[in-house]
Design a protein around this ligand. Structure first.
Ligand SMILES: [Zn+2]
Length: 508
């Protein structure tokens, strides 16, 4: 089918302008980022962000958007989601001293997939600072779209690294957006399930998470279609499980109808789109068959709603494809058609022999049958229809005062941090009026939703099985073949304190 016709209605919520209308775009980039190195043989290569930047420069796109160098996120910024002891560990551990901290390495799941490397903490501060900075820009209303290709590290947990991710810049950016917006939508098109973000917001109706991912014998093992949120968050979490070889038409046949309905029902004030490029055809760790244009169709579709949009990176391990994809998507954000022929650039050799901007799909088999995709779509749309009937109050304009927990003792000076701290552009923005109170919701118990026929034991077993599944292509990482421990949500009784701090008062 024609992807552009699938689930038409992307413009249905547009209050002004059209697709052709220009968007004000800001782009966060730190020239140091490409120098961080996970280690020999490791699949994650921050260099891909530098390659992307080179393409943007040679296509002349840097002059069409505000280019900002992020200021590093500080300890206290990271601690809005992450635990103090985990952040302190990331700050202090070094490649030389790590072996004196074996128990901490194990506890925080650092060492194999998530190695200790030179400058690790600065790396985290940089990519997190860029995502939060993007959220700040959107909150100020000076830009319609903010981009951080170094962000999107969706697997990081409150007190644990996972899947090449150390701090969860997405959760931090969403917390920033929640200062202004009552509801924030998170969409994840990385091939892997967006587990860290889902977990952080599993029990709230202020953040809806929607993840499209390969499911079944695949990292991280979570993202079952039956996982739909819990308590007030019930039905505010959607998981779209897909199989190998999905192509552009199949993908859009499910993406647009679902997201179109989500936009209609949830009516978010801002959208965060994680653009993990490991869902592209030919990815070193992936098994989907999306072309660059098929991937970018998701960006184009989200842009058409004219809702503040934060575009983030994520996975992506065939780096010449990643850089071409994110360059193309930056063009989409700007509404700028780019010549297929790549301009000469310092990484030109990577793009031989075609030197084309487009990432092509292959002839691999598509294991997603129309029938199966239709069933998945119907089940998700059915869950969405229950939003109207969900027991929690829909779309309340503010969190009632009584629901707010007590302020944290390390309350920040509300005026201390404001926009200019997040970037190097000296402009005259007034700081946001931070009436937001910092406080902690401690000991929130998070439980997965049970089907009526499923016992706790069965459920726990299912999750345990999923979480201990092998990491596919682990051999590519050049690390130990032992599957990492996945300690998240492993038993209902142990699900404490893993969520984001929903401590922000809405600024309206
Ligand atoms: Zn991924």
């Amino acid at each position: 089918m024609d992807p552009s016709s699938a689930g038409a209605g992307g413009n249905s919520l547009v209050s002004s302008g059209t697709d052709a209308q220009k968007r004000r775009v800001c782009y966060f980039y730190d020239p140091e980022l490409g120098n961080y190195y996970y280690g020999q043989g490791h699949a994650m290569k921050p260099h891909r962000v530098r390659m992307t930047h080179a393409l943007l420069a040679h296509y002349g796109l840097l002059g069409r958007m505000q280019v900002l160098r992020p200021l590093p996120a500080r300890d206290r910024d990271l601690c809005r989601f992450h635990s103090d002891d985990y952040v302190a560990f990331l700050r202090t551990v070094t490649p030389e001293t790590q072996f004196h901290q074996i128990s901490s390495l194990r506890r925080f799941n650092v060492g194999e997939d998530c190695p200790v490397f030179d400058g690790l903490y600065s790396y985290c501060q940089t990519y997190a600072g860029a995502s939060v900075g993007g959220a700040v820009k959107l909150n100020h209303g000076t830009h319609d779209i903010a981009i951080n290709w170094s962000g999107g590290l969706h697997h990081a947990k409150k007190s644990e690294a996972s899947g090449f991710c150390y701090v969860n810049d997405i959760v931090l950016a969403i917390l920033e957006l929640l200062k202004l917006h009552e509801r924030v939508l998170y969409i994840d098109i990385d091939i892997h399930h967006g587990d860290g973000v889902e977990e952080a917001f599993y029990t709230t109706n202020r953040v809806m998470t929607v993840s499209f991912h390969k499911f079944g014998e695949y990292f991280p093992g979570t993202g079952d279609i039956r996982d739909i949120g819990y308590s007030e968050g019930k039905y505010y979490c959607l998981n779209v499980p897909l199989d190998d070889g999905i192509d552009d038409d199949s993908y859009q046949s499910i993406f647009k109808p679902i997201i179109g309905k989500v936009m209609e029902m949830f009516r978010p004030g801002a959208v965060v789109l994680q653009c993990g490029a490991d869902s592209l055809s030919g990815d070193r760790l992936g098994c989907f068959n999306l072309s660059g244009k098929g991937h970018a169709e998701c960006v184009k579709y989200m842009r058409s709603f004219n809702v503040p949009l934060l575009l983030l990176g994520g996975g992506g391990y065939t780096i010449r494809n990643v850089s071409r994809c994110w360059c193309y998507e930056t063009g989409v954000a700007l509404g700028q058609e780019l010549d297929e022929k790549l301009p000469f650039n310092e990484y030109y050799g990577y793009f031989a022999p075609e030197y084309s901007l487009y990432v092509a799909s292959s002839n691999m088999e598509n294991k997603n049958t129309r029938k199966k995709l239709e069933e998945i779509k119907c089940e998700i749309l059915d869950n969405l229809s229950k939003l109207q009937h969900a027991p929690s109050v829909q779309f309340e304009e503010r969190i009632p005062e009584t629901k707010l927990p007590e302020p944290d003792e390390d309350q920040e000076d509300p005026d201390e941090r404001h926009d200019p701290d997040y970037d190097m552009v000296l402009d005259d923005h007034k700081p946001l009026e931070h009436s937001a109170r910092r406080s902690l919701i401690q000991n929130i118990r998070v439980k997965r939703e049970f089907t009526e026929t499923e016992t706790k034991d069965q459920h726990g077993k299912r999750l345990t099985t999923e979480h201990t599944g092998p990491e596919p292509m682990a051999e590519d990482l050049g690390s130990s073949k032992q599957a990492p421990e996945f300690t998240t949500v492993s038993s209902v009784q142990e699900l404490q304190s893993i969520q984001a701090i929903l401590d922000v008062e809405t600024l309206v």
